[in-house]
Design a protein around this ligand. Structure first.
Ligand code: AMP
Length: 191
């Protein structure tokens, strides 16, 4: 399996790039944020719990997110590969993820980390907020909190993959196509 962890701060363009990568490489795309938003829109128990946990731009709990991943892996055991977008976001998630993948005889192939300065992601999220309908894209305070949470809880996940020699930084500034070409070059260099 080609298991890609697409990493980077909120607003780095992970969702946009994941859609394009999915098409080019014929693999699946799992966005934990998207699954959570769908659950919230459906008004499910999981969605309600997540909404409480995420208030003000905080992360959902590891337990909740790992449950989503576990289910997904069960359902897609035979997939040729998956782009994990927005996961893992904490060290415990990365560790648990390694064990889960090992159990099904696979592993993370590579972490592709989009490198984008704070000012650029803030601007991108505010622009996205005009059309995305996402409550967490609307307020500058929530956006700044999400960036702070990324630095405090999520950035360390990069070190986890650096230690395994799976980390590849990709310049995330430029046009969608320019960034896509850089990601593809990083993937093709693995083969
Ligand atoms: P995203 O769509 O990736 O920007 O995620 C939107 C929100 O969903 C985040 O700000 C978190 O509150 C929550 N979320 C998504 N993925 C995770 C994760 N792996 N761990 C914890 N919370 C997550």
């Amino acid at each position: 399996m080609l298991n890609i962890v697409l990493f980077g701060p909120p607003g780095a363009g992970k969702g946009t790039q994941a859609e394009k990568l999915q098409q080019k490489y014929g693999i699946l795309h799992l966005s934990t944020g998207e699954v959570i938003r769908q659950e919230m829109n459906r008004g499910s128990e999981l969605g309600r719990l997540a909404a409480q946990q995420m208030e003000g731009g905080k992360l959902a709990s590891d337990e909740l997110v790992l449950g989503i991943i576990e289910n997904y892996l069960q359902e897609h055991r035979t997939a040729p590969g998956v782009i994990f977008d927005g996961f893992p976001r904490t060290l415990p998630q990365a560790e648990a993820f390694d064990s889960m993948l090992k159990k099904i005889g696979t592993q993370v192939t590579v972490m592709l980390a989009l490198d984008v300065p704070d000012e650029v992601v803030t601007e991108r999220i505010l622009t996205r907020g005009k059309t995305s309908g996402r409550a967490d894209d609307q307020s500058l305070e929530t956006i700044q909190n999400r960036i702070a949470v990324y630095k405090k809880q999520t950035a360390v996940v990069a070190d986890f993959y650096k230690k395994q020699d799976k980390f590849r930084a990709v310049n995330g500034v430029g046009t969608i196509d320019e960034i896509f070409d850089r990601l593809c070059a990083a993937i093709d260099a693995l083969r």
